[in-house]
Design a protein around this ligand. Structure first.
Ligand SMILES: Nc1ncnc2c1ncn2[C@@H]1O[C@H](COP(=O)(O)OP(=O)(O)OP(=O)(O)O)[C@@H](O)[C@H]1O
Length: 314
């Protein structure tokens, strides 16, 4: 897959000297859904704002569709649709005019059939004559998406697309994003809902204190970093774990009738066969077994906390 966005050694220091991005390197592949995760203040919005030409980089380069974002701003910007966190449209204007006008801003020819289609796809057609201020929060957010799509961008940035919306609307947003991807649009989203990244993203980037500390295919990330737990439901309570089993990472579960074995699933030799034999030798019998993989949330919290813990140790 070719890259639609190429970011090289991108750094940003704000005027007050604060360094918000530190030598970020990232390629976004055409047609993927990329989720950018990071705690508050990590630099997500700064990164998006530079790619969209709203904020200037201090160092490094960004190319969108091969166009240098500063030297060929117009060409690059034309390929991008941005859905910001905040509503940025005239509250007294109608849905139809808002979306139609936005296409014109990018110098695109009028295409009312396209605007009609976008509004229908976003379930906004019935509201086309309503003023924005009459719409619910979720509807307003859809208008922002319609606006961003009006000039047929190849890349769509969604900054916190579902912050503060209810579960039903969040799910319908996810549907919509998938549909856009099927139409060939590359999607980059920032989110605080790890569940959202877990559900939608093909690839995940984690940013922490201005550094892109990881980019990985979602499935690879989950199997690489995800510890797995195997829980044994015991036939009889076990007050103490025998010392002969001390080489295994074992602990009691919710009570002394369950035993939890944590292991690294990326290792070929996960020691499960040996553990089963040793349990039998110790006369520890079980009536049921189940495994659990750590969620993306657990992985993410672990990644973001590592640094804090390391700093505490110093
Ligand atoms: N204009 C500015 N001048 C100085 N510092 C700024 C400016 N804009 C942002 N920052 C700082 O840069 C850092 C990164 O901010 P940014 O908005 O990119 O983070 P974020 O990851 O998007 O956070 P959130 O999840 O809260 O939206 C923060 O510490 C912020 O305070």
């Amino acid at each position: 897959m070719s890259s639609i966005i190429e970011i090289e050694n991108l750094s940003k220091s704000y005027q007050n000297g604060f360094q918000a991005l530190k030598k970020v390197n990232l390629n976004i592949k055409q047609g993927e859904i990329f989720a950018l995760l990071g705690p508050n203040g990590a630099g997500k919005t700064t990164l998006i704002s530079i790619i969209c030409g709203i904020v200037n980089a201090t160092d490094g380069t960004v190319r969108v569709g091969g166009h240098h974002i500063a030297e060929r701003y117009k060409e690059a910007r034309r390929l991008i649709g941005l859905v910001p966190q905040e509503l940025t449209a005239d509250a007294f204007e109608t849905v139809w005019n808002t979306v139609r006008f936005s296409r014109g801003l990018f110098g695109k020819k009028k295409d009312d059939n396209l605007i009609t289609q976008i509004l229908k796809d976003l379930s906004l057609w019935d509201k086309r004559d309503s003023k924005l201020m009459m719409l619910s929060g979720g509807m307003k957010r859809r208008v922002m998406i319609a606006k961003a799509l009006s000039h047929e961008p190849r890349v769509l940035f969604l900054d916190e697309p579902t912050a503060g919306v209810d579960v039903e609307l969040r799910k319908s947003m996810w549907e919509l994003v998938r549909k856009l991807r099927e139409q060939g649009v590359t999607i980059i989203l920032t989110t605080h809902y790890i569940e959202e990244a877990e559900e939608m993203a093909d690839r995940i980037g984690v940013i922490r204190e201005g550094e892109l500390i990881l980019t990985e295919e979602k499935h690879a990330l989950m199997s690489k970093l995800g510890a797995k737990q195997l829980t044994f439901s015991l036939v009889k309570p076990l007050s103490e774990i025998p010392s002969s089993l001390s080489t295994y990472d074992l602990s009691h579960g919710s009570d002394d009738q369950s035993l939890v074995f944590s292991y690294d699933q990326s290792l070929d030799d996960n020691k499960i066969p040996e553990l089963l034999t040793d349990l039998q030798n110790e006369g520890i019998r079980f009536k049921d077994l189940n495994t659990k993989q750590s969620s993306l949330e657990e992985i993410f919290v672990g990644l973001v906390q590592d640094r804090k813990q390391a700093e505490k140790r110093i």
